[in-house]
Ligand binder design. Sequence first.
Ligand code: ADP
Length: 648
Amino acid sequence: MRRAPIFIMKINKFKIHLGLLFIIAVILPSFLLSGIAIRTIAREEAFLEKRLEESLQAETNHVAAVIRTELNQILLELDNVSLRVQSQDSPATQASLFKKQTKLAQIPFFISSQREILWPSSRHIKSYAEHFFLEWVTDFFMDRETTPVYQNIALAYKDKILEDAPDLNTLEHNNEKDNTRQQSRNKTNAFSKFSRGQQQLAKNIGDQYAPAYLSQNEPIRQQVYQTAKQSGQQVMKRQVSPSKSISFKQSLITEEQTDSMFIADQLNFSEVIKDSPNGLIPFIVKEKLNLLFWRKNPDRSIVGCLLDQDIVISRFIKILPPIYSDVRILTVLDENVKPIIKADTNKTRDWKRPFVAAEISELLPRWEVVALLTEPDQISLKAQTTGLYLWILIFILLFSIIGGGSMVLRSLNSEIRLAQQKTTFAANVSHELKTPLTSIRMFTEMLLDRRQPDEKKQQQYLRIMLSETERLTRLINNVLDFSSTGKRKKTYQLKEINIVELCRSILDAQQMRLEFHGFEVTFSSVADDIRTQGDEEALKQVVLNLLSNAEKYSDEIKNIVISITTKDQFVCINIKDRGIGIAHQHARLIFDEFYRVDDSLTTKKRGTGLGLTIAQRIVGQHNGQIIYMPHQGGGSVFQIQLPIIREE
Ligand code: ADP
């Protein structure tokens, strides 16, 4: 008998282990996996965006480089033409020759060594263009006016930038090892320790390296721009601010204008042409960018021309890659943020907010190569929906893992509970059988030994024995019923019975025994004859089960009231006790098979956990029901409701 509690303790320990196992083997890994999956998604999205940005940035940079090459080509062509037109002819003839040789030249000009403008001459002016041209450039050519001349800040401050650059310092360091004699460490010029060839190489590397380093390194960038401003150079603001982001929300953050790569010095004509034999000068008149070609002759006279901007642009257009691809629209924006080739779509585009952009050249200030995403909304929507699908998938997986796991755990739990209940059931049945048997045996012995000469008492003993046998029968019936009703529906011998009569007869049989055990039993009914359709034996078993529970679960106050009332079409048999009662959380479970309230008060009493289950089944098959209500002031009330047969 002592084995049951040890078994229950083991089961409880096992349940705790199972719970821990569930957390460690199912919940933790699934949360961990979801975490990893979510992080991977976020990273993947960022990575894809970065890749798209990098590839489009590379493309815009490449296009900018191609345009720079084209500008060099234009310079070269104009230089050749200007050489060829040198003759003893008059400036007018030379000018028309110049124009004939190249479409690029819109207005050729000639300046004498004494800085006299020989052509266009005010006396021969034919067009408005020439007139305006003279108006714009005369003061400049005479050094009476300056113009902003642009320079790449990264190249202008290359030394300052490279002082900081770690990679180039490594280059310098390696070189130092080879050439141990050169010990001086002059940081202001990063190339001073190189041999001439090496210096050229380092200069080339530096020319490529400095702009990249400047654009990546924010502190040095700020320093360099600050220095440029302090030394009176004008730092331009770029006209576009690349968003570098697909999603709309993020692109709003980087609204502020960025500094241009180009800084401007105000120079007069002599200063501009000082250091080189030829060149191009950009100058903006009335918001329009013009390019001026010039070349110095050995006799210090100057030949040049105003470039035909339309021709220049058409040459750029020829070398541009196709404007459309599936992903992007790539175009060049001029000084007024207008695309030089328009996208043939009705959609208005915010050219100032491209995905990526690249400044082109100091000769084309404010010009930018820009790439816009063809369908940014769709890309971001696509990304969002893909993200959403993945999220949903993760959640479904997470829920199914945890849900499935907990279902397995629950079924395991109920299996364990069933096993536990079955074990206690076997122990309890034998004990329940033993109690009435002991009682019967005791009274039989007493009667056999004739220890009680009083005939009345003998009668009483016999009645108690009868009631104990009824209890035994009920118990055996419960067990038999349970095993048979589980498999097939039991068929009842239904007939019209007087339920008041039935209850009274049950009580008559039990009263003596109950009173013998100290119970006060009362019976009342609203009528003497209330009829219902039922199986007498089965209904008797129901009432006995409830009566036996009232007896079993009464503690100090041993009071049982059986009252019969009617409600609508039903007769209600109420069995009230003043016993230990049933806590709210157990009340809805007591009709489940094998269920027994697991507390110190109940476990003292033996039971099978089947009494109420069987009672409920029987009443259910009689079209009625049993309900439980707590008894006010302590105890329980069980009400059996059965349909009444009314006489017509
Ligand atoms: P048992 O054989 O354990 O009595 P039952 O199915 O008859 O099985 O009852 C199920 C559980 O309901 C009991 O274990 C007990 O905890 C509770 N119960 C039933 N009747 C009463 C009552 N009258 N007072 C208190 N608890 C009761």
